[in-house]
Design a protein around this ligand. Structure first.
Ligand code: NAP
Length: 239
């Protein structure tokens, strides 16, 4: 479970643990927050958990993530590629640095982690890749060319992996959240927030737990015939 120290990832880690899963709580720098997710899982659920520091954009770090996973719990059944960042700005104002940074984490990071856990998931009886895309990958968004490209890339990647895994019975799907109340939205100015909400039929931002519910469904036994799909969880916002 990548990017599980905060926001949507922390909510997913807790939800999967409440379902009885053992969870590897990956983070890049928020060690304390990752530890508090592990504390919650160990005290409030039947699942077990360990933290694992790794930058998903760094193949060596991802190798360490695999080692930690295997040492703690053996082969992985479900891999949730959730880690993601934004570095926003109009296309004319962002440069190569912002492009590379976002694509390296949001798209190449998913490649790194998928590659590293591919054999585990393929040989599992309940193998699942679940990739966190975004409404921004579906529709584009002002000031987010790099982020939109990185998230759009996940759709084609996931559909392809889904086809290639299909004979094994393992599945690969995307979840595409709309606008969810986490640190990622914290810097959005109030005026822009109001404008975004005005365009959401359910008239509010989503909660991280509502994304975790969708991931629980795709990770569990009720979704065995769903693969190569995108589950959009966005308050009814049409594209
Ligand atoms: P967030 O609150 O900013 O949390 C991001 C998480 O990703 C943190 O756990 C962070 O770890 C981790 N992370 C970032 N870069 C990493 C890296 N290189 N290696 C490993 N972990 C890394 O974000 P969020 O809102 O929960 O978003 C989670 C996912 O949902 C992202 O992929 C995001 O693009 C997607 N999403 C979010 C929204 C939204 O409205 N919030 C909408 C659509 C899609 P540290 O704590 O250590 O930094």
């Amino acid at each position: 479970m990548t990017g599980a120290s905060r926001g949507i990832g922390a909510a997913i880690a807790k939800e999967l643990a409440r379902e009885g899963a053992d969870v590897v709580v990956n983070y890049r720098s928020s060690e304390e927050q990752a530890e508090s997710v592990v504390d919650y899982i160990e005290s409030e659920t039947d699942g077990a958990a360990v933290t694992a520091q790794a930058d998903v954009s760094e193949p060596d770090d991802v190798e360490r993530l695999v080692e930690t996973t295997h040492e703690a719990f053996g082969a992985a059944d479900v891999v949730v590629n959730n880690a993601g960042i934004t570095m926003d700005g109009k296309f004319e104002s962002i440069g190569r640095e912002e492009w590379d940074a976002v694509v390296d984490v949001n798209l190449t990071g998913v490649y790194n982690v998928t590659d590293a856990f591919y054999d585990d998931v393929k040989s599992s009886d309940a193998g699942r890749f679940i990739n966190m895309a975004s409404i921004v990958g579906e529709a584009g968004n002002f000031g987010q060319a790099n982020y939109a490209a990185s998230k759009s890339g996940l759709f084609g990647f996931t559909k392809t992996i889904a086809r290639e895994l299909a004979r094994s019975g393992a599945t690969a799907n995307c979840v595409a959240p709309g606008f969810i109340e986490t640190d990622m939205l914290a810097d959005v100015p109030e005026k822009v927030r109001e404008k975004i909400v005005a365009d959401i039929p359910l008239d509010r931002f989503g909660e991280a737990e509502e994304i975790a519910d969708a991931v629980r469904f795709l990770a569990g036994d009720d979704s065995t015939y769903i693969t190569g799909q995108t589950l959009s969880v966005n308050g009814g916002k049409h594209l």
